[in-house]
Design a protein around this ligand. Structure first.
Ligand code: ME8
Length: 518
């Protein structure tokens, strides 16, 4: 039977600088959502990449005295390096300067044009040659020298240029109907209300080409124009599915299940993008989800470490899964969040080292000592043990629901609730006392705890993949028995199977001595 397809994307980042923590955050969260669906049996296509055209790239390159292509090559390499560091499981990395993307962008342009939605008009405004940008009248000022200046302090002049327009105004009603009939199209709900009220306020046609610079995709049939960067950028999601080739291997992944983006670009994804797609007679993505912004509010972090905003330095300092766990657990996805040294250390030590780390370490080291390093006996398993085990099955049901709503923080809370319960269970059963009084019961308690670690280990894989893998290795779980389908009883640990020597998986964070003084 063909597996259900699931296509998920991040925004494509501007490579006009190195990646920052906001980029890392979006990639980590999208990775967790993608890995979750993969482990849940779907055929997943997970896309990320870079948005290499447009005036911003050109301006930065000029400042640095290099070509925009050189700038894109240099920084895109940094984004690709970051994806590898973050253990991102993306199936493709798209760059908008690739030939396949030119083909797709020109194809969607032609489809919109064929539908009568593109017309030539004039675009005018206060233009700064030096900034290569138009400014609104109120952003400019006429100074005493009788020259008008833009917000960057460069002179502006009134320019009228030829431009192609997209008939966005035609889609006002259709978009409002979309938000109404498919309330899940934009999430969270606050963002949906914002875009709906923006559209209700009236839509003007959109200028979608430029003639003042040439760093972009040429307009088909009129090559002195390049496409407005957002027409080209949004089309990346189609390009990666092989569009316009309907027989491409990935063609069936369209429409995407979810575009994960930051809240600042909601309008482009929830207004312009569906309008372009409607115009080109293409199906719409199922959901656009806007996450919040991350801020560095923890004073101590910047003072003591200084470079932690660089995601790679942050990972070196705290550990990858510690950072992944923190970002996914601490910040409600969809809301703004802040990070601080204390908060990361607290999550690392309380949730990872103490809760899940200790549960695994205590149970597995008792098994190593008292059960000859083999999976203990289930002879004396009782109802309470079974209830404990079924909590992990319930956590999967809850996590599935939360991940479908892009709520990894809730999914993790559900999974870690099982860990806390298991710690209470373990402490309450006192297997170290049972060792003398009732060794068969001791084995049942150790078995139950180890089996919980197996189930929780499977469930943790989307969020902290490398550490979850280590946990499952400690339980000798076969590589092909690590999907969500293997959480339940049928794939439980088997009494008598050999287990490797236990090792710590979640180290405590200890303040480096030099930093304590800072
Ligand atoms: O917007 N916290 O690129 P970009 C969380 N090329 N997320 C943040 C953030 C922060 N502090 N800063 C940025 C672009 N982001 C376009 C996208 S998509 C067809 C084109 C998020 O490099 C931002 O919201 O400025 C966006 O989703 C992503 O990082 C890339 O931002």
């Amino acid at each position: 039977m063909a597996r259900e397809k699931f296509y998920i994307t991040t925004a494509i980042s501007y490579p006009n600088g190195k990646p920052h923590i906001g980029h890392a955050y979006e990639l980590i969260a999208t990775d967790a959502l993608a890995r979750f669906q993969r482990l849940d049996g779907k055929e997943v296509f997970f896309l990320t990449g870079t948005d290499e055209h447009g005036i911003k790239m050109l301006q930065t390159a000029r400042k640095e005295g290099i070509t925009p292509q050189e700038l894109a090559d240099r920084n895109t390499a940094e984004f690709q390096k970051m994806a590898a560091y973050l253990n991102a499981s993306n199936d493709d990395f798209i760059r908008t300067t690739e030939e396949r993307h030119k083909i797709a962008s020109q194809a969607i342009w032609r489809a919109m044009e064929a539908n009568g939605d593109i017309y030539k008009g004039g675009y005018s405004g206060w233009y700064s040659v030096r900034d290569e940008a138009y400014y609104a009248e109120e952003e400019t000022e006429l100074r005493a020298d009788n020259i008008r200046y833009g917000p960057q302090g460069t002179p502006v002049e009134w320019v009228e240029e030829e431009s192609y327009f997209f008939r966005l105004s035609k889609y006002e009603e259709k978009l409002l109907k979309l938000y109404e009939e498919q309330p899940d199209f934009v999430g969270p709900v606050e963002r949906r209300n914002e875009v709906a009220s923006f559209v209700r306020g009236g839509l003007k046609d959109l200028s979608i080409s430029r003639t003042t610079f040439d760093w972009g995709i040429p307009v088909p049939g009129d090559e002195k124009h390049v496409m407005y960067v957002w027409v080209d950028a949004l089309t990346n999601y189609l390009t990666a599915t092989g569009y316009p080739d309907a027989s491409a291997d990935r063609a069936a992944f369209w429409p995407a299940n979810a575009h994960i983006i930051g809240k600042d670009i909601t309008r482009f994804h929830a207004v312009y993008w569906p309008a372009f797609l409607m115009s080109a007679d293409l199906p719409l993505p199922k959901r656009v989800f806007s996450h919040g912004f991350l801020f560095n509010r923890g004073e101590k972090m910047s003072k003591s470490i200084g470079n932690v905003i660089d995601p790679l330095a942050m990972i070196e300092h705290y550990g990858l899964d510690q950072v992944r766990y923190f970002l996914l657990r601490e910040v409600p996805f969809g809301q703004d969040g802040s990070y601080s040294h204390e908060a990361i250390v607290n999550r690392t030590n309380a949730d990872l080292a103490n809760d899940i780390g200790n549960l695994a370490q205590r149970s597995l080291s008792m098994i190593a000592k008292n059960c000859e390093g083999k999976v203990p006996s289930t002879e004396a398993i009782d109802e309470e043990d079974r209830a404990m085990l079924s909590m992990a099955d319930d956590a999967l049901v809850q996590a599935r629901k939360f991940m479908a709503e892009q709520a990894p923080h809730h999914a993790l809370a559900a999974i870690f609730n099982v860990v806390s319960e298991a710690n209470r269970y373990f402490a309450g059963k006192e297997p170290w006392s049972l060792r003398k009084t009732d060794p068969v019961r001791m084995e049942a308690v150790l078995y139950t705890t180890a089996e919980i670690v197996r189930r929780v280990g499977i469930l943790c894989q989307p969020f902290i993949p490398a550490s979850a893998e280590k946990l499952l290795d400690l339980l000798a779980v076969k590589a092909e028995e690590r999907a969500f389908a293997h959480v339940g009883d049928s794939f439980a640990l088997k009494t008598g199977d050999d287990l490797p020597a236990p090792q710590g998986v979640f180290p405590r964070y200890v303040e480096p001595v030099a930093e304590q003084k800072a």
